[in-house]
Design a protein around this ligand. Structure first.
Ligand SMILES: O=C(O)CCC(=O)C(=O)O
Length: 295
């Protein structure tokens, strides 16, 4: 019997909500239960070996054991399609409730998960803002729950946020490299200068099972892993339960990957591909409970 994911319930007290709105992010010491960490580590091993439990490939497979560059952060997007334990964790209604509450949406649907593994010696992840890649749906908004599966430290290449940067201009961000750019800080330094803002970088240092929530316009990235410990993270990116496809943006950002799920005759997002985790009227995509009850 698999351990069931912890339902985070009302995860965020008033102080944490206020910190999120002031800073564009907030850290939390406990997002998943300790007894889920080892099973999730094992699922990470399998996913990066190309063993997909459901038989379905994640939407993006950017690293595999036989061929991947050992100095890059290992990354898969939408691991939930391939692995039911990953699905059960990222589909937790409590995460959806917390995200919708922070974003001011009536509900939250998953847009994408990220399975990230930065081994010792791996290089950086370039600074970026998530909303800049989302011209393919409206409202063009994302809010993210970043779940650490190992204790995180600044030296270990944890995620780093630019405090208050969610309030900087949301105008066109320059194209940036996610994996191991020459200078991972350069885009946020340029953005701070253009904004006339001082740059305060805050690393998320939490125990394994902790993590953070961040706003879609918050600048973030991460440095190299200079420790001898891996840094594994499961990331849940949600949009509003009311989000609709936006056809003019299909070719931009990560639209070419995800707009393949659009129907030709309407702009609604199919819940088989973008399930609703939580909505304020009690609705939740039924297939999620089928998926999680089978664990
Ligand atoms: O964990 C990282 O290094 C980057 C994570 C990220 O880009 C995100 O959660 O949006």
């Amino acid at each position: 019997m698999m351990p069931s994911p912890m339902d985070p319930g009302p995860l965020l007290d008033g102080d944490r909500v206020a910190a999120f709105h002031a800073d564009g992010f907030v850290t939390v010491d406990r997002l998943v239960a300790d007894d889920l960490l080892a099973p999730l580590h094992e699922r990470f091993d399998r996913l990066f070996r190309g063993e997909f439990e459901t038989g379905i490939e994640p939407d993006e497979v950017n690293w595999q054991e036989a061929s991947g560059d050992p100095t890059l952060t290992r990354q898969l997007c939408n691991g939930w399609r391939a692995d039911r334990l990953v699905a059960a964790v990222v589909m937790s209604p409590g995460f959806g409730e917390a995200i919708a509450g922070l974003a001011g949406w009536p509900g939250a649907r998953i847009i994408q998960d990220n399975v990230l593994w930065k081994p010792p010696g791996a290089r950086s992840v370039g600074f970026h803002r998530d909303n800049a890649y989302l011209d393919w749906y409206r409202p063009q908004e994302m809010l993210t729950c970043w779940i650490a599966l190992d204790r995180t430290t600044a030296a270990g290449g944890t995620v780093v946020y630019a405090r208050g940067s969610h309030r900087w201009s949301p105008e066109d961000d320059p194209a940036m490299e996610f994996h191991a750019p020459d200078d991972h800080l350069a885009p946020v330094e340029v953005a701070a200068r253009d904004e006339g803002a001082s740059l305060e970088l805050v690393p998320v240092e939490v125990p394994a099972g902790g993590g953070s929530f961040h706003h879609g316009w918050t600048w973030h990235g991460s440095g190299p892993n200079a420790t001898d410990q891996p840094r594994r993270t499961l990331v849940l990116h949600c949009g509003s339960s009311e989000a609709r496809f936006h056809r003019p943006g299909f070719g931009r950002g990560n639209g070419p990957v995800y707009s393949r799920y659009a129907h030709p005759d309407h702009d609604r997002m199919d819940e088989a591909h973008f399930p609703i985790l939580w909505r304020d009227d009690g609705y939740r995509t039924p297939l999620l409970d089928i998926l999680t009850n089978t664990l």
